[in-house]
Design a protein around this ligand. Structure first.
Ligand code: PEP
Ligand code: MN
Length: 353
C-alpha cells in the first residue's frame, strides 16, 4: 500500500503520519520524489481500510493498494518516480537511472592475470566506460572449464581500480565470499544462474553495496522482479536489473535471445534502473554493436559489454568479446545515438581515436 502526501506537505506532518502508522504496527518507508512524498507500506496491509488511513491527516492526498506481487520493486511503490542507483567509485559517484546519462560497464568475462585486467581497464576507461567488469568467481556449465581465479583475482581487480579509478563490478556466487568481494566491488553482480538463489539474494540485500541482478536465462519478468524484491525487502534499495538474453527455441545463430522488449515492459512495471548486456545476449561479438545501439534507442539506462585484449585466447567468452579497438569504435557509434536520446555525457576528449 502507498500513502501519497499532498505537494508541499509540512515535514512535521509527514513525520506525524509515519509515527501514527508505526503505532498501527506498520513500517512506513519514506520515498521523497521530485514532486511528492510517498510513504510505502509493506506487511499486513490486507485488512487495512485505505479510508481509515486517509483520515490520519488532511495532507494525505490518496491511499492506494499495490496490486502486483512485487511491492517495493513496483513502479507504483514510488508513485511512478524512477529510482536511481548512485555508485561510489574512486572517480566519484556514478548515477544509474532513467534521469541520467547512460552508464557503460566494460571488461573481460574473467580476470585472467594482472597485465590483462589492468591493460583492459585502461583501454575501456580511455574509451569512456564508467565501470570495469571481470569475474573472479565464474559460474561455468562444465566443472572442467576455467572457474575463475577466485579470491586472488580480487586483488587484481583492485590493482585495475587503483590504476584507473574505474568502479568495479564483479560476480558473487557464494555468500562466504561476500566480505572479501565487497572490499573491491562497487557493485555486486548476482548472475543469471543465481537469480533465484534466495539465500544469496537475502545476503546481498542485507549489505550496503549496490546489486546488479541479472535475469535468469529462463526467468519471466515477474520472477525477475520478485527476485529483486528479495533484495529490496532485505533492506538494500540499490538494485539494477540486467537483461542478458533468455533461452528460446533458437540458439543456432545467437547464444540467447536478447529481450529488448523488456526495457519498455520494465519501465511500466518497476522504478528500478535497467542494464542491457548484448555480449551474453548474443554470444557473438559481431552482433554486439547492433544490439547495444538498439538498447540505447529503446531506452536502457546502462550497458555491459565484454572486452578482451585477445579474444581468441580468452579463458571464457572469447567469441562474444570485443577487442579494445572494436570497443573504441563502438563507443563512438554509441555516442551518436546516446546524444540523440539526450543521454550521453562521455566527453569526446575522453574517447580514444
Ligand atoms: C557474466 O557476466 O560473465 C556472466 C556469467 O553472466 P550471466 O550470469 O548473465 O551468464
Ligand atoms: Mn561472460
Amino acid at each position: 500500500m502507498i500513502v501519497v502526501m499532498k505537494v508541499g506537505s509540512p515535514e512535521p506532518e509527514v513525520a506525524r503520519v509515519c509515527e501514527e502508522l508505526k503505532g498501527w504496527g506498520l513500517s512506513p518507508e519514506k520515498i521523497v520524489g521530485r514532486h511528492k512524498v510517498v510513504l510505502g507500506l509493506v506487511g499486513e496491509t490486507v485488512a487495512l481500510d485505505p479510508l481509515q488511513i486517509q483520515e490520519i491527516s488532511p495532507w494525505i492526498e490518496e491511499v492506494l493498494r499495490v496490486e502486483k506481487p512485487y511491492k517495493r520493486a513496483s513502479r507504483e511503490y514510488r508513485h511512478g518516480e524512477p529510482s536511481e542507483v548512485i555508485v561510489n567509485t574512486p572517480a566519484g559517484p556514478v548515477p544509474v537511472g532513467e534521469h541520467h546519462a547512460i552508464a557503460v560497464v566494460a571488461g573481460p568475462c574473467s580476470v585472467e592475470n594482472e597485465e590483462m585486467i589492468v591493460e583492459t581497464a585502461k583501454r575501456v576507461k580511455a574509451a569512456g566506460a564508467h565501470f570495469l567488469r571481470g569475474g573472479a568467481f565464474k559460474p561455468r556449465t562444465s566443472p572442467y572449464a576455467f572457474q575463475g581465479h577466485g579470491e586472488s583475482a580480487l586483488s587484481l581487480l583492485q590493482a585495475a581500480k587503483d590504476a584507473t579509478g574505474l568502479g568495479i563490478i564483479t560476480e558473487l556466487m557464494d555468500a562466504a565470499d561476500l566480505d572479501a568481494l565487497a572490499e573491491v566491488a562497487d557493485v555486486i553482480q548476482v548472475g543469471a544462474r543465481n537469480m533465484q538463489n534466495f539465500s544469496l539474494l537475502k545476503k546481498v540485500g542485507a549489505q550496503d553495496k549496490p546489486v546488479l541482478l541479472k535475469r535468469g536465462m529462463s526467468a519471466t519478468i515477474e520472477e525477475w522482479l520478485m527476485a529483486a524484491e528479495y533484495i529490496l525487502a532485505a533492506g538494500n534499495p540499490n538494485v539494477i536489473l540486467c537483461e542478458r538474453g533468455i533461452r528460446t527455441f533458437d540458439s543456432k545463430y545467437a547464444r540467447n535471445t536478447l529481450d529488448l522488449a523488456a526495457i519498455p515492459v520494465l519501465r511500466t512495471l518497476t522504478h528500478l534502473p535497467i542494464m542491457i548486456d548484448p555480449s551474453h545476449g548474443t554470444g557473438k561479438w559481431e552482433y554486439v554493436p547492433a544490439m547495444a545501439k538498439a538498447a540505447i534507442a529503446a531506452g536502457t539506462d546502462s550497458l555491459m559489454i565484454e572486452v578482451h585484449p585477445n579474444p581468441a585466447k580468452a579463458l571464457s567468452d572469447g567469441p562474444q568479446s570485443l577487442t579494445p579497438d572494436r570497443f573504441d569504435l563502438l563507443m563512438q557509434e554509441l555516442a551518436v545515438i546516446g546524444k540523440v536520446v539526450g543521454r550521453w555525457d562521455i566527453q569526446p576528449a575522453m574517447a580514444t581515436v
